[in-house]
Design a protein around this ligand. Structure first.
Ligand code: FE2
Length: 206
């Protein structure tokens, strides 16, 4: 049976140099995070897609489909969440501050002020039990924003709500520099937020 191959995922280049996020996120962390973890998710996603292709074609006859699909979800989300995370930050000195445009309007409408939004997002990030992500997403159906905390790479994720703002909270994202002081990493990450990228993400959905 001829079946077309499944899509291959790519590790896209970082939008800045390895040391561009210093002093808030060290060069060593970016190196290990991008060349180790992110690349690992992309490569494993592709290996698993090959395996799934084998299952579809009938070449692989002994398998745990639930396990394969769960691992695919973990690794594809790992690849996609990391790409969004890198692009959602800007080099030190060029990021941070406050959003403008339609994102600022929505934040002010929903949260009253940027400071209240920042406080709530930070609280949500700090409440995440262990490994996961904090996200701001856009809910097209209600035309509003939602703060989410994703556990692991997929638990608590609501489908079809595109990411506007994204923070990686896996230990590999901060431990080399911040050790157990995750809240300090979260506080410093605000200095790197690329609000232009966040605004572009939102405007695509409006
Ligand atoms: Fe990560």
């Amino acid at each position: 049976m001829e079946i077309e191959g499944l899509h291959k995922y790519e590790l896209r280049p970082l939008p800045y140099s390895m040391d561009a996020l210093e002093p808030y996120i060290s060069k060593d962390i970016v190196d290990v995070h991008y060349n180790g973890h992110h690349k690992g998710y992309v490569n494993t996603a592709n290996t698993l897609m090959d395996r799934l292709n084998g299952i579809i074609k009938g070449d692989v006859t002994s398998y745990d489909l639930h396990g394969v699909l769960r691992a695919i979800t973990f690794n594809i989300n790992g690849a996609k969440l990391h790409e969004a995370y890198w692009n959602n930050m800007a080099p030190s000195g060029k990021g941070g501050g406050t959003p403008g445009g339609k994102l600022a309007d929505l934040i002010n409408k929903q949260y009253g002020s940027f400071d209240r939004f920042k406080k709530l997002f930070t609280e949500a990030a700090n409440s995440n039990p262990g490994t996961g992500w904090a996200l701001l997403v856009y809910d097209r159906e209600n035309s509003n924003l939602q703060i989410l905390t994703i556990e692991n790479h997929f638990m608590n994720h609501i489908a079809e709500m595109p990411t506007i703002l994204i923070l990686d909270e896996f230990e590999h994202a901060y431990y080399l520099q911040y050790k157990n002081k995750r809240a300090d990493y979260v506080a410093n990450w605000w200095n790197l937020v690329n609000w232009d990228d966040a605004e572009k993400r939102l405007e695509k959905e409006l």
